[in-house]
Ligand binder design. Sequence first.
Ligand code: NAD
Length: 497
Amino acid sequence: MGLESSTGSDATIDREWGLFVDGEFRPASDGALLEVRNPATGDRLTEVAAGTAEDVDAAVETARDAFKEWKWTDPERRGDLLREVGDVIEAHEDELTRIESLENGKPMWQARRDVELAARRFRYFAGAADKLYGSAVSHTPEEVRTMVYEPYGVAGLIIPWNWPAMHTGDFMSVALAAGNSVVLKPSPSTPVTSLRMAELADEILPDGLINVIPGGVEPGSALSSHENVDIVAFTGSDANGVKVLESAAQNITPVMAELGGKNPTIVFPDADLETAAQTAVSNSFFNSGQACTNPERLLIHEDVYDEFLERVSAQVADFVLGSGLDDETQIGPQATPQQAQKFAEYLDIAVDEGATIHTQASLPDDPELEGGNFVRPTVLTDVDPEMRIAQEEVFGPLVGVMSFADEAEAIEIANGVKYGLSAAIYTQDLERAHRVASRIEAGIIGVNHPSFALQGLPFGGYKRSGIGRKNDFEEAMHDFVQSKSIEIDLTEGGMSL
Ligand code: NAD
């Protein structure tokens, strides 16, 4: 496996990929194919089968059959198998890392981390599988009153393109640990990572437990509106989250929704400015600006505004853009041409509304990358909190910088958007850190730390950023089960109402 070339065909990814149903690859019902392109060059990488609503029907039926046994599989055994899935993902880390970097465009080290996180998710929830305790409310010679947790059935999972490996692992690991079977619909631009992970996991798990249907809106909405899907977990934009919620509502199907954000970084004058600037920049521009927890708003206290802005701008100006396969690359291309286009449009909107393009990194000068979806990482100043650039999620490598005079103003600006996914606060004052963290309307807060939650903490948003939590035992695991109350009357005459 050579890592040198960023262009042309690559045997790791260029093989025949079908829909993954019942433990094997198969063509789509109408034979349609989906082309997967390298975001760094625009070149074709491979083709996968593009699923239809009919294919979703078949996958759901297969998953329902597999569920019948998996539901009754000893939870300890389920845990053992899921631990092995974590191991097999780790054993194929190099291959999966390369596939993800190729189809998504992200730097290899970031893709590697993503694959590691996916393996960790399976191990974490492997340990949770046999710890879903019910309760005995009363246990007397006359009666037994108990509550048990049971899985829903078939879980329909819909994921975006920004963390293909981790998103495949996130809901799949918890859904399976809780005893559900799975039909996953990956993004049409990054389906191969999920297909390969399913193929690997199927070496360990029963056939039909994991099914993957690549494609766009057709299989996505067929899944979320399917009457035999028992729970839906959607990760994506809030606009599509609304559609998924609406379609699932037709069958009263519960939905977990991990949606967008417009996260703030807040820098107080007592912060360690050097460390804060480094962390804030990597936080905002991580994953080439395409992470839901990336802060696209940078709020700097007026006393340190100039100094902090200079520190941030110096780093952004020096970013090295390139192919994800190149070790030097800090920022890859946008994952799709549509994302690059959206980024350009938002810069125009920002400038039209009065913002200033303060700093931009340079585009790569390698002619091989001319067809790639590269955009220039950007720092915008003269941003007003009411501007669209300060209100709407771009999902690209930019920050809009604003200043504030005091804590109250910082909190007002931070909370003045429809989203509430995450926030980062920089201060050396513990009392202030606590005050501000408790007043920010967001599901995830970093204090002198990036705005994301590590494994074991609930991950999810307030307001329009979503419903439900993932990655932790307490909330995520309980989201994938329903409780059943059982009362057994042991008296002779029985109980009359
Ligand atoms: P998207 O909403 O366009 O697509 C997400 C997935 O939904 C894709 O698989 C897509 O094919 C599918 N889809 C689109 N329309 C659908 C419909 N009507 N019914 C069913 N499925 C449908 O999002 P994207 O552009 O792929 O990803 C970027 C968005 O995802 C951003 O808003 C980002 O903030 C969000 N995101 C959130 C989290 C989180 O955990 N909160 C994580 C990553 C990304």
